[in-house]
Design a protein around this ligand. Structure first.
Ligand code: SF4
Ligand code: SF4
Length: 327
């Protein structure tokens, strides 16, 4: 397949000099057969992580676009989980089923495009961090694939980074609105928003909550939005009911497809599943991806070009894959 993006990309000497003495894949647990909590890797306080100098390089690169484009100001607008309403004194009661329905209805009428619920698990929480609530409500915010497909920025061009920033903002608003709704019912609730990683990794929770399956490009694929959506979440003690993981045929499709791995400029996407912290799964080479990601303010080629992400395609692909399975 023909490469259309930055053929023969190689990281600059400047970025190479910023790598620490440890591989990001080692931090991630690539090749480790024992289950363990994830270790903070990227999008944390850069002074606390081995790859913090590379993260600072991203920030500096983003500032280059200041004045020419709105990316950095939009990034700054992405709101953290602070300033939530107080928890109401009266703790309302209802069945878990009814609360789950009410939460979903509220989320879908307050910007979320997808919603799923599951129980929190310790293995999703970063080492040294804590999530105290029992349940997690995952929210999905659809992105405009046509905007994503504009690709990495070229100086004054518009690019996928603008759309990603817009949807991170929407994801933050949706999570905060839902957390405030639950707090108004008298129950603890915390909003968990990107792009900073926060206390937990969200993709495994989204998969457990029935939102989709992991694709070869390391992002979750949904049967409506493909890989073209962002995540945020609310953790809460409100009694809820779990959704179940759903097989929509992504695994079978990815086994035969090579679109993302062929188009990825630094060849960061493994052709086969890898063992990571005791789990066999699709995996992206962090050390190869991150310099290109930094230079392009977020890249996203693999998500935009994934066949599932094309408008209207994911529902048809799901039907086709499941029909093939039942033969
Ligand atoms: S581009 Fe193809 S291989 Fe990559 S995640 Fe999408 S479907 Fe899977
Ligand atoms: S985001 Fe990373 S893995 Fe995806 S295409 Fe870009 S460089 Fe490759």
């Amino acid at each position: 397949m023909k490469r259309r993006f930055h053929e023969n990309y190689h990281p600059t000497e400047q970025q190479r000099s910023l790598f620490p003495g440890i591989s990001g894949n080692a931090v991630n647990g690539l090749g480790e057969t024992r289950r363990r909590q994830p270790t903070p890797l990227y999008w944390f306080d850069p002074d606390t992580i081995p790859h913090g100098r590379l993260q600072k390089y991203f920030y500096e690169n983003a500032e280059r676009f200041e004045g020419k484009r709105a990316v950095t100001s939009k990034m700054a607008d992405q709101r953290g989980p602070e300033n939530l309403d107080p928890v109401a004194a009266l703790c309302q009661q209802d069945t878990p089923q009814n609360f789950a329905s009410r939460v979903k209805e509220f989320a879908l009428s307050h910007e979320a495009d997808l919603v799923g619920i599951t129980e929190m698990r310790p293995e999703w929480v970063y080492a040294g961090h804590a999530v105290n609530e029992k349940w997690i409500v995952m929210l999905g915010l659809g992105m405009d694939q046509r905007e994503l497909a504009k690709g990495p920025p070229r100086e004054e061009d518009v690019s996928s980074a603008d759309e990603v920033s817009r949807q991170y903002n929407r994801a933050a608003r949706a999570a905060k609105a839902l957390a405030n709704y639950i707090r108004g019912l008298g129950w603890a609730a915390e909003a968990r928003t990107g792009p900073m990683s926060g206390d937990m990794t969200m993709i495994p929770a989204a998969i457990e909550a029935g939102m989709g399956q992991l694709g070869k490009h390391g992002s979750i694929i949904n049967d409506t939005w493909g890989a073209s959506f962002r995540l945020s979440a609310v953790t809460t003690d409100l009694p809820l009911l779990s959704d179940a993981p759903r097989d929509i045929g992504v695994d079978d499709f990815c086994t035969r497809c090579q679109v993302c791995s062929s188009l990825c400029p630094p060849d960061a996407i493994f052709a086969d599943k890898q063992t990571v912290r005791g789990e066999l799964k699709w995996y992206v080479d962090f050390d190869k991806c991150i310099p290109y990601f930094n230079d392009t303010l977020g890249c996203g080629i693999c998500i935009a070009e994934c066949p599932w992400s094309l408008p209207g395609v994911a529902p048809k692909l799901t039907q086709k894959m499941l029909r093939r399975r039942s033969r």
